[in-house]
Design a protein around this ligand. Sequence first.
Ligand SMILES: CC(C)(COP(=O)(O)OP(=O)(O)OC[C@H]1O[C@@H](n2cnc3c(N)ncnc32)[C@H](O)[C@@H]1OP(=O)(O)O)[C@@H](O)C(=O)NCCC(=O)NCCS
Length: 180
Amino acid sequence: MLRGKKVGLRARHEDDIPILRAELYDDVVNGSRAEGRPWRPITPGSNDSRLVVDDTVESNVPFSVVELEGDTLVGTANLWGIDNHSRSAHIGLGLLPAARGKGYGTDVVAVLCHYGFVVRGLHRLQIETLSDNVGMLTAAERNGFVREGVLRSSAWVLGEFLDEVLLGLLAEEWKPDARG
Ligand SMILES: CC(C)(COP(=O)(O)OP(=O)(O)OC[C@H]1O[C@@H](n2cnc3c(N)ncnc32)[C@H](O)[C@@H]1OP(=O)(O)O)[C@@H](O)C(=O)NCCC(=O)NCCS
């Protein structure tokens, strides 16, 4: 398990799946805002890639996020779009509603940076998020990510086009204990 200050990132367990489905992926608003594709329900027992991990897909590394104290499941995180030639990848995360606003998101980003830069030897990490997602923007910027641009009207979200912000962090800029 990868450990941060408050949360740990470990492999997906079978028991995590019904909780993540009910609390994250059944939520139409959360799903529509967090994913770049239309919301659709996940059938119990299906092998939907949002929940069931396919270890043969090397470009995507999904984690379940747990509280270090008590080991309670609090969300998902992943390093996706891993490009071993240009040594870059994207970061994604989603916390269960009750786990938001406690600093866990900031800690998850820090742990994903450690995984990307130290464990995988990547050079660049990238985040795309809706421009009104203050929690995600703050969690990213506290770890040193800088805003590199705005993707105007790039996301269709529940009836309207919204802007996304593109943030990047390079290995040489990363300060492991920043999180300021
Ligand atoms: C976005 C998300 C990952 C942020 O994680 P989090 O644990 O809630 O964020 P943190 O507690 O680390 O907050 C970091 C800062 O952001 C701010 N913040 C957090 N949520 C906020 C919100 N909804 N509105 C305004 N500010 C917010 C806080 O000011 C906090 O700073 P503080 O410590 O001074 O209070 C989490 O809320 C989440 O999973 N949301 C739903 C899914 C999602 O949006 N995923 C990202 C898709 S790109």
